[in-house]
Ligand binder design. Structure first.
Ligand SMILES: NC(=O)C1=CN([C@@H]2O[C@H](COP(=O)(O)OP(=O)(O)OC[C@H]3O[C@@H](n4cnc5c(N)ncnc54)[C@H](OP(=O)(O)O)[C@@H]3O)[C@@H](O)[C@H]2O)[C@@H](O)CC1
Ligand SMILES: [K+]
Length: 493
């Protein structure tokens, strides 16, 4: 499990740890880890977007962009360590008289220099350390930093963000203005939410966490968590000798319409790969579904007359078709997606006795919240939390970093690490709905069902795509490969 903590939590933990250490020790730990990561990147270490061509620290050219806070201090001390190993290091102080004194002195003492012309050194740098702002930064880059940041980006050097890419919001992942896009981010003590959530996540590049001893002082419940293979492996249902199709769970799919018949097929395609023992399709698309998947049980509806299920997934391609209210009136978990989300009444959802899982994309989330889509896209964490609270439901907000929020207090939001931009393709969401519905039917709670489904779906997208366009149908077919990949970890563990 990868976890992320808010700035306030990290600062509290740092305070406790610092009280037990000699002054400056923590910054030295951070700088040592940062310098080691830079040495690795200068040596051709992989993981970053750009790879340094120098192959070693000795003789490499390093530029340190130093802001006025401790983030600049980290960068300067790391620069000093690289200078001591033979790198040519220039400091570019962005807040002239407020540069971290100890850090600058260490750099000069190790043979580094203050750049006469920042643009000249940035043009030739092999590596640029972005120490403009860390967790103390507010808003985007300030105007005087913008041309320097652009020159860094325009040069050929690998850009390493210190703790966070400067200009991004650590707690929310928002980017309110210009920010410096890094090839790699070396963060200290704990990941910050913004490193895992778009749009900021895209600015961070490859992530590295430096252990500065903060662990014992961090609370057990993080702000955000990202499942990894082994976590998903533990969640996925595995049939036993006692299982039959009903014990494994039956998922009901209410999807498709005369206008969107394909949604029925794709949602069923996802559901068949999701671990339920049987898939019951309810709606007007039964013929098309049977033509593709003869193993499906089909019924014209309404859901309440279609037979027992352990969970419903309603909404993909439904148009104005019936079925949403009927499914919501049931006493089993219900996933509501796409057309089912239109006009969804919070009071109806809150009054349910069984759990509800909503799976909007940014546009649908914006409509539910009564705000602009752009507001949801720039503030995804706040939006998913607000929706979960308002509806008393678990909410999966789709996107390149899909988020899953629980309505319960004190439960970390989950961020999915497996997405690929190629998944933004027609019908991909229908597959996800079916898959998540199937996991719900097989007994996972809504948060686990949603996050395991997003994980498998993202991985399936990557497997099916291999860097090329992919169709929703191919994503559904690749889910089995993703599942095997994930449980392979469990089998081998
Ligand atoms: N605490 C610890 O023990 C450890 C902390 N560590 C490190 O310290 C970092 C936090 O340091 P920090 O608190 O000094 O804040 P920091 O991120 O350097 O920036 C604040 C400064 O920037 C300025 N500023 C603000 N917004 C700005 C903007 N948009 N654009 C430009 N400038 C802007 C603001 O100045 P002002 O607003 O007064 O002009 C303020 O002076 C943390 O990320 C980690 O790297 C590690 O060494 C581990 C141990
Ligand atoms: K930074």
């Amino acid at each position: 499990m990868r976890t992320a903590y808010s700035v306030e939590t990290v600062r509290n933990a740092e305070r406790e740890l610092m009280a037990r250490l000699p002054e400056g020790a923590l910054m030295q730990r951070a700088a040592a880890g940062l310098a080691a990561a830079c040495a690795d990147l200068l040596g051709g270490g992989s993981g970053a977007g750009r790879v340094s061509a120098v192959g070693r620290v000795y003789g490499s050219k390093v530029v340190v962009l130093a802001g006025s806070g401790a983030n600049g201090g980290d960068a300067l001390y790391a620069g000093a360590r690289l200078a001591a190993r033979g790198a040519r290091v220039w400091a570019v102080p962005l807040a002239a008289d407020r540069t971290h004194e100890g850090g600058l002195a260490a750099l000069l003492g190790a043979g580094g220099r203050v750049a006469d012309d920042p643009f000249e050194v940035l043009a030739v740098a092999d590596l640029v350390l972005d120490g403009i702002t860390g967790i103390g930064g507010r808003g985007g880059l300030r105007p005087d930093a913008v041309p320097v940041a652009r020159a860094a980006r325009g040069g050929r050097g690998v850009i390493v963000a210190v703790d966070l890419p400067s200009g991004v919001e650590a707690d929310s992942g928002e980017v309110a203005g210009e920010a410096l896009r890094a090839d790699a981010t070396v963060t200290f003590g704990a990941y910050k939410p913004g490193l895992l959530i778009d749009p900021a996540r895209e600015y961070a590049g490859a992530l590295r966490l430096v252990d500065i001893g903060l662990g014992p002082y961090l609370p057990s419940v993080p702000e955000l968590e990202a499942l990894q293979h082994e976590d998903v492996a533990r969640l996925l249902p595995a049939p036993t000798g006692e299982s039959d199709k009903y014990r494994r769970g039956v998922v009901g799919i209410v999807a498709g319409s005369a206008r969107y018949p394909g949604a029925a097929v794709l949602a069923v395609a996802g559901a068949l790969r999701g671990g339920a023992g049987a898939v019951r399709y309810v709606g007007p698309g039964g013929d098309a579904v049977i033509a593709h998947y003869p193993e499906t049980l089909v019924h014209e509806g309404p859901p309440s007359k279609a037979g027992r299920v352990q969970a419903w997934a309603v909404g993909p391609g439904l148009g104005d078709g019936p079925g949403v209210a009927d499914a919501l009136a049931s006493d089993v978990p219900v996933l509501v997606d796409a057309d089912g989300l239109r006009l969804l009444d919070p009071a109806t959802v809150r009054a349910r006795t069984a759990p509800t899982l909503l799976t909007p994309h940014a546009g649908e989330a914006a409509a539910l919240l009564g705000v602009d889509r752009a507001e949801v896209e720039s503030g995804r964490l706040a939006a998913v939390r607000e929706l979960a609270a308002r509806y008393g439901a678990t909410v999966l907000l789709k996107g390149s970093t899909t988020l899953v929020a629980s309505p319960d207090q004190g439960v970390p939001v989950r961020v999915n690490p497996t997405g690929t931009p190629w998944l933004a393709t027609a019908g991909s969401g229908d597959v996800l709905s079916g898959l998540a519905g199937s996991l719900l039917a097989s007994g996972l709670d809504p948060r686990d069902a949603a996050s395991a489904a997003a994980y498998l779906h993202g991985l399936a997208g990557r497997l099916a795509s291999h860097g090329a366009p992919v169709t929703a149908h191919e994503v559904a077919e690749a889910v089995r490969g993703a599942w095997r990949d994930v449980v392979g970890v469990r089998a081998g563990a």
